[in-house]
Design a protein around this ligand. Sequence first.
Ligand SMILES: Nc1ncnc2c1ncn2[C@@H]1O[C@H](COP(=O)(O)OP(=O)(O)OP(=O)(O)O)[C@@H](O)[C@H]1O
Ligand SMILES: O=c1[nH]c(=O)c2[nH+]cn([C@@H]3O[C@H](COP(=O)(O)O)[C@@H](O)[C@H]3O)c2[nH]1
Ligand SMILES: NC(=O)CC[C@H](N)C(=O)O
Ligand SMILES: [Mg+2]
Length: 523
Amino acid sequence: MSSSGDKISIRPDEWVAVLDFGSQLTQLIARRVREHKVYCEIVPHDTPADELRRRNPKGLILSGGPASVLDEGSPSCDPALFDLGIPVLGICYGMQLTSRLLGGTVEPGRKREYGKAIMTIDHPDALFQGLAPDLQVWMSHGDKVDTPPEGFRPMAHSDNCSVAAMMHPERRIFGLQFHPEVVHTPQGAEMLWNFCFRICGCRGEWEMSAFIEAATEAIRERVGDHHVICGLSGGVDSSVTATLVHRAIGDRLHCVFVDNGLLRYREAAEVEDLFRDVLGVDLHTAHTAPQFLERLEGVIDPEQKRKIIGRTFIEVFAERARALGPVRFLAQGTLYPDVIESVSPVGGPSATIKSHHNVGGLPEDLEFDLVEPLRELFKDEVRLVGRELGLPSYVVDRQPFPGPGLAVRILGAVDEERLDILREADLRVREEIMKMENYLDVWQYFAVLLPVQSVGVMGDDRTYENVIAVRAVQSLDGMTADWYKLPHDVLDRISNRIINEVRGVNRVVYDISSKPPSTIEWE
Ligand SMILES: Nc1ncnc2c1ncn2[C@@H]1O[C@H](COP(=O)(O)OP(=O)(O)OP(=O)(O)O)[C@@H](O)[C@H]1O
Ligand SMILES: O=c1[nH]c(=O)c2[nH+]cn([C@@H]3O[C@H](COP(=O)(O)O)[C@@H](O)[C@H]3O)c2[nH]1
Ligand SMILES: NC(=O)CC[C@H](N)C(=O)O
Ligand SMILES: [Mg+2]
């Protein structure tokens, strides 16, 4: 019945659209604009000009992308976009495409340029107003604009790039060969500010409170008189989602907490106790551990685990919905990173990293329409919304815990015995880290059970037992992460406690990899 295509739209009066050509940095552009208090949303690169006219953004930004505009079949956009009278800013691939579509030339990449470059501004107008003449920018390209289209003038150059920026003053169309959205372009935020305010005429009134109002209204409009069930895990995203939906439709919201047998030590009881009162919502618990564990029996492949779990979640929601009466909508706390990692959100050229159970793991014939008010946001933005909604710190500052739970932290097959070992080990990791004064700086911390046995000696006897890996990372939004430099004495206590107190483990190792190239979870 449904999918993301008919998702709810939370666009305030004033917004900027980013057309996604598949860059890993597309989401960063949107964030940078929102940081200037202008709402920003990513749309497919082939969105028709007419549709954009109807949605009335103040400006359009064309993102970068991995393809070459010189290749046949490379992603393009509706050329009529440039005639809408809305300012357009092309970044890297977006600039090259602008040049090509409007009659300029692009030179194929003989010499690639990655990293820092010094750029000289030749015309300190428009995007560059108020900036120093020589500044550092971050480049990541092979192709480059050779001759800009008619009516465009080059605005800046670098050693390797004669047209590092270009503009058509009357049509208000701009191109930047470098990436203003990354921190390695220190004045990039100012350039985006100039674009939004001086060029597009935005007022910058978007705040989390404005988001909350717009989201509440959008939910009301989408749901009408229907009932909604919300998958509530006790995590940040679903708690904020449930609170927003509750604000919009009151007691027509029914929350379902699924005890899937893959939760942490005593988590099910804790969530039930804490959340019923905090959120003040109608909360049902579905005790479905056997259903999940039976289906996972003997399954080793991570993607297969995720798909089985995604499907089973939906079945459980559907069973509950039938018991409640006619329920048309399912609300989930889906965030932008869940979407981008699961599938290319715009049918664009981004790669599938892992199928998050709530996006890529959904069955094709989903019997609900989705309500996902946080689908455009990042975790740190959701935390701001949660605070603004008055949720307590132990809800908004909770560390993320994936829907597929311990199933993706047991490498290899999942069974009760291994779940017990992992739960006990994980409890000790959490307890020791939460004793640190600054434990909120650690974004996520947990134990992973490896499919490896190693030899040890305990009480003079030989052991041949399991290995636990400890993972702790620092991150802002889960898209990138550094391994956390835990103090040695904390690592020491974690290791001692696990080996002494958890039966079946004789070795503990610490994961010192960052994302990318690793991911936070091991599966
Ligand atoms: N045990 C569960 N019961 C019901 N719904 C769940 C459960 N686990 C996950 N979900 C649903 O899947 C969505 C995505 O899970 P995810 O873990 O990303 O979010 P979260 O649990 O709400 O927040 P956090 O990222 O802080 O853990 C949730 O927002 C929720 O709607
Ligand atoms: O709800 C979820 N369903 C999932 O299927 C899922 N997979 C990963 N995660 C969480 O997402 C963040 C990024 O994870 P990775 O670096 O492992 O991709 C981390 O916070 C992970 O814990 C998930 N959350
Ligand atoms: N970062 C980008 O957008 C790169 C654009 C194009 N793929 C190039 O190499 O020039
Ligand atoms: Mg969670």
